[in-house]
Ligand binder design. Structure first.
Ligand code: NDP
Ligand code: 8X3
Length: 252
């Protein structure tokens, strides 16, 4: 039987690319996000690989929505082998004194609390079966703090701590826990961060070649296809033109 992977935030960027890669190697996919039409289109694309796809539309910040979406999973879909906790965002890039409460809440509620809500629903099944792999999408922002990154960096530092905590607590249950920590990846991320300002978003990647979503999906595919005795704790992946959160080399 095909293994099952659940990928959150599969409507775009890293999540979508990961779903595409995992479908190509025969995983059945549970794909999640808020934009139903994007999930429907992705379902059709993934099914061309002769695998099964279950789209689940919910806002990961909403405990009731998470609870009912996961509780409603039935039949062949309950034995989730791989959970990719990818849904997340940066909202705003302001000095701490100018940050918006609404941006802070959105980041904390999605990147930290949403990841926790969903994991709490999926972990018991993995424990029962003594098998599973959780991959948390962290960031260079989980290792370094840069100007105007304050709260986003805090959420990704939290993802790092949660990843380490999960790995320790789930050790007796044969559940692997990994993280992947990318530098700049050109996705919808910067458009979302700058509240739809395309010019500001484009400037982030000006004069350098960033990572693409597929680069991170490659890494996730590698992680989840290691033999049972091997766990990749973390992969820090940067564009060649980015040495740290703040040192970039731009041309032109
Ligand atoms: P995108 O904006 O392209 O994708 C973000 C995904 O998260 C979308 O599918 C979106 O779905 C989903 N999402 C956001 N908020 C919610 C919510 N409240 N409920 C459910 N789903 C939600 O960005 P990326 O692909 O770049 O981001 C994916 C992850 O990678 C994030 O955790 C981000 O922090 C991390 N990351 C990104 C980097 C980058 O430079 N791009 C670098 C390092 C890490 P929908 O809108 O349909 O709900
Ligand atoms: C996204 C990458 O450098 O904007 O996590 O923090 S960065």
């Amino acid at each position: 039987m095909n293994k099952i992977a659940m990928v959150t935030g599969a409507t775009s960027g890293i999540g979508k690319a990961t779903a595409v890669k995992l479908a190509k190697i025969g995983f059945n996919l549970i794909i999640t996000g808020r934009r139903e039409e994007k999930l429907t289109a992705l379902k059709a694309e993934l099914e061309a690989n002769n695998i099964q796809v279950l789209p689940l539309v919910f806002d990961i910040r909403n405990t009731d929505a998470v609870d009912s979406a996961i509780t409603a999973i039935k039949d062949n879909w309950t034995n989730i082998d791989v959970l990719v906790n990818n849904a997340g965002l940066a909202a705003g890039a302001d000095p701490i004194q100018d940050g918006l409460w609404s941006d802070w809440e959105q980041m904390i509620d999605t990147n930290i609390k949403g990841l926790l809500y969903l994991s709490k629903k999926i972990i018991p099944g993995m424990m029962e079966r003594k098998q599973g792999h959780i991959v948390n999408v962290s960031s260079i922002a989980g290792k370094e703090t840069y100007a105007n990154g304050n709260v986003y960096c805090a959420t990704k530092h939290a993802v790092e701590a949660i990843t380490k905590g999960m790995r320790i607590d789930l050790l007796p249950y044969n559940i692997k826990v990994s993280s992947v920590s990318p530098g700049m990846v050109e996705t919808e991320f910067s458009i979302v961060r700058y509240h739809g300002d395309k010019e500001k978003a484009d400037n982030v990647y000006k004069g350098l070649i960033p990572l693409y979503a597929e680069d991170i999906a490659d890494a996730i595919e590698f992680m989840v296809t290691r033999p049972p005795h091997v766990n990749i704790n973390d992969m820090l992946i940067m564009p060649s033109a980015q040495a740290s959160a703040v040192y970039n080399h731009r041309e032109g």
